[in-house]
Design a binder for this molecule. Structure first.
Ligand SMILES: [Fe+2]
Length: 145
């Protein structure tokens, strides 16, 4: 079970880091398609942010404490901070890579949840995989020339 808890902490930190990055891109995106990008990223950060609380509460249900600090998130997250301002398409390309990385990690975590017979967690992670796959599809469609 410890393995699942540790994985879920990484899921929490990485989801929070991705949420923050998307919100920043929502604020700072520029270009002729600004209204569409701004709105598109608004929906995306809200969807990812809404996952943060249930992830933390799954960690509590598993009997552990949920990390909630930038220090711990920096240690735990595999989503790297981005302090630069990029052209819109570069932002979309970077977000696609992050969603793909999260999908890969969530798939691994889901298998550990199943191994530990934590089907509620496994089902929740499947919903997160589906949500990230939908974001990835939309980003891929934007990037395609
Ligand atoms: Fe906004």
């Amino acid at each position: 079970m410890d393995e699942l808890v540790e994985e879920m902490k990484v899921v929490l930190a990485s989801t929070f880091a991705l949420y923050l990055k998307i919100h920043g891109f929502h604020w700072n995106v520029e270009g002729p398609n600004f209204p569409q990008y701004h709105k598109f990223l608004d929906k995306m950060w809200n969807e990812v942010f809404d996952a943060v609380d249930p992830i933390a509460e799954h960690i509590r249900t598993l009997g552990a404490y949920a990390p909630a600090s930038f220090l711990r998130y920096k240690e735990l997250s595999f989503i790297k901070d981005d302090v630069n301002i990029h052209p819109a398409i570069t932002m979309m390309t970077k977000l696609l890579a992050d969603h793909e990385a999260i999908i890969k990690f969530l798939t691994k975590t889901q298998a550990i949840a199943e191994k530990n017979k934590k089907m509620g967690v496994a089902n929740f992670l499947q919903d997160r995989i589906d949500a990230h796959e939908k974001h990835a599809w939309m980003l891929r469609s934007i990037i395609k020339a």
